[in-house]
Write a protein that binds this ligand. Structure first.
Ligand SMILES: O=C(CO)COP(=O)(O)O
Length: 214
C-alpha cells in the first residue's frame, strides 16, 4: 500500500514529520511519502523521505508570477505531485495541463477527484494514479472506507473501465491501520491522509499505527 501524508498548511514541523515518514518507511513493506507545502519541499526532501508536491500549475518556464512550475518542484527534490486536490480544484483542461507538466518534469502524478464519475474523467488523462476523496469527509476523522465504501469500489470500477493501468487511491478521514486495511479490501492501492498525522501529538506513533497491519 502507498501511504501519502499531505501536510496541507497545517502548523506542524514538516521536517519532523518527514523524518518520521522516513524512519517508519524503513520498518514496513508499505510505501510512505510526505507532501509538504511548496516552500518546504527542499528541506523535507533533504531528510531522505519520499517527497511529493501538493500541486503544480499547467505552465512552462516564463511569465507566470506566483505559479508553481513542475520543474522547480522536481529540482527541490519532489518525485511526485498531487493535482486537483479538493482544496485546490482545477478546470479539466488545467488538470490535463498539470499532468503533462508533471510528466515533462519526471514527476509521478496522483489526480484527486470527489466521486467516481470524476475519477473516470481523471483516469482518461492517464496520470499514474487517481484518488477519490469525498470532500464532506475530509478532516472529519470518519474514514471514507467505513462511511462510504461504495464510493471507493465505484471509483476502482470507474478507473478500471477507462484505463486499468491507473492505480486508485482513496482518502478522507483515514487515521488508523484498520482504515488502511479496509481501503485495501475495497480495491484501493493506497491512501491519502492529512490530519491523522499532521495534527497528531506524536506523528511517529500515528504512522506506526497506520502501517502496523500491513
Ligand atoms: O485531504 C486529505 C488528504 O489529501 C484527507 O484529509 P484528512 O486525512 O485530514 O481527512
Amino acid at each position: 500500500m502507498f501511504v501519502l501524508v499531505n501536510l496541507k498548511t497545517y502548523p506542524c514541523d514538516p521536517v519532523a514529520v518527514a523524518e518520521a515518514v522516513r524512519d517508519v518507511n524503513e520498518t514496513t513493506d508499505a510505501r510512505l511519502a510526505v507532501a509538504p507545502q511548496a516552500a518546504h519541499l527542499e528541506r523535507v526532501a533533504e531528510t531522505g523521505a519520499e517527497t511529493w508536491a501538493q500541486h503544480v500549475d499547467p505552465i512552462e518556464h516564463g511569465s507566470n508570477t506566483g505559479h508553481t512550475l513542475a520543474e522547480s518542484v522536481a529540482d527541490a527534490g519532489a518525485v511526485g505531485t498531487l493535482i486537483n486536490h479538493s482544496e485546490q480544484r482545477l478546470k479539466l483542461a488545467d488538470i490535463d495541463g498539470s499532468v503533462r507538466a508533471a510528466e515533462r518534469a519526471g514527476l509521478e502524478t496522483v489526480v484527486c477527484a470527489n466521486n467516481p464519475a470524476q475519477i473516470g474523467a481523471a483516469a482518461a488523462l492517464e496520470p499514474d494514479a487517481v484518488a477519490v476523496e469525498p470532500p464532506e469527509l475530509i478532516g472529519t476523522g470518519t474514514p471514507v472506507s467505513q462511511a462510504d465504501p461504495d464510493i471507493v469500489e465505484d471509483a476502482v470500477d470507474a478507473a478500471e473501465s477507462v484505463d486499468d493501468d491507473v492505480a486508485v487511491l482513496c482518502g478522507a478521514g483515514i487515521s488508523t491501520g484498520d482504515d488502511v486495511v479496509a481501503a485495501g479490501d475495497l480495491g484501493s492501492e493506497g491512501v491519502l491522509l492529512a490530519s491523522g498525522v499532521a495534527k497528531a501529538d506524536d506523528p511517529t506513533a500515528a504512522l506506526e499505527d497506520l502501517v502496523a497491519p500491513l
